[in-house]
Design a protein around this ligand. Sequence first.
Ligand code: SUG
Length: 453
Amino acid sequence: MTRFALEANFDGLVGPTHNYAGLSFGNVASANNANRVSNPRAAALQGLAKMKALADMGYAQGVLPPQERPSVALLRTLGFSGDDGAVIRAAARSAPGLLGAACSAASMWTANAATVSPSADTSDGRVHFTAANLCSKLHRAIEHDTTSRVLRAAFADESHFAHHDALPGWPSLGDEGAANHTRLCGAYGERGVEFFVYGRDDLATAAAPRRFPARQTLQASQAIARLHGLNEADVVFAQQHPEAIDAGVFHNDVIAVGNGNVLFCHAQAFLDQAAVLATLRERLAAQGTSLEVVEVSAADVSMEDTVGSYLFNSQLLARSRQAGGGMRLVVPQECRERPAVWRYLESLVASGGPIRELHVFDLRESMRNGGGPACLRLRVVLTDEQRQAVHAGLWIDDARYATLSDWVKRHYRDRLAVADLADPALLDECRTALDELTQLLGLGSLYPFQRVA
Ligand code: SUG
């Protein structure tokens, strides 16, 4: 049955420990900015400004809270003991890298929180969520427990929403969530094609990257398609180009973005790209929809500019009929700073194709860790009824934007060096801030520290 549905974006609120510890091998920005001084307050306000701008454009915009950091629980698992302050000080002394992992604010990139299948695609007619295990990086592998709790609190009504725990955190089942998943469709409320892009097939000796790790496996993508009850004919699996991974494209959303019937991608995004695009076209055609591909050649935008500008980590957003239809593209300001990319974008909107409008945002703090506009949001297609069932405190409107901005200004530091992670006061600051946040958002006791006496 076809029902009206829309695409909502849930952005991650940047947490108070946002820092540059250089934790993500294979993520060029994270490596290049290692040991820089961060500004958590500016990072959170930049993210909120994007949320507010999208809400003002008429999109359904939600927010997801950050996680408790430093994760003293991780450090205790790894053998540090004593009171919380002693644990942090001991880790800072003997294992600063582990302390960095325990302090990462990486849950802000909610495109990695989960894979989401809209109810029009699933066998039981519910929206399905699988939290991502993120097992290829220690600082990210510790996210999924809290992520699951957050998602279950946000989308609690079991008659509309089904939640799956993260897949086991084994290398063969590496899963990075929606960053490697795109849904293409005619109308949001109709059946669509779910496109899963993996970095490596763990059961085959196929082409694989040589320099940087492939984080997502085919086996993980296939498991999620099964768990979500997707129809086989409406699912496409494709391998990311290994050379793209080796150039720094650690997630597919650094080189491709799709929405509705439009796919915007670089010409070297997928292995056997022509065949992949033909399959997508065919599957969508079987649903009565014709795919529009905007494919960018290496001559127009090099792989280096792709990774340096995050051109494809843009948000591709449907414009209303009153606005003239087609799509708008939300890009990071780094796109304007690279002449070839900006030239390309200007010609793109002038070309009469599906992408008609550009919006440029300053997301510098997140970008320095390799997270652009698309990394910061989790897309959830919702019918009217489902939208009503989402936890109301999470929607961004003028009042919530003002409340959250004020909360950030009161609780966040405006500079954080890697050496500052050793300061146990940061844990207290984070807990105080999060305790207030759960009240502001009406989320109850979400974090482990709120559950102990
Ligand atoms: O997993 N960066 C994140 C960036 C995630 C971007 N998300 C998407 N492409 N959807 C990562 O590599 C850097 C953290 C540090 O180095 O401290 C980091 O985790």
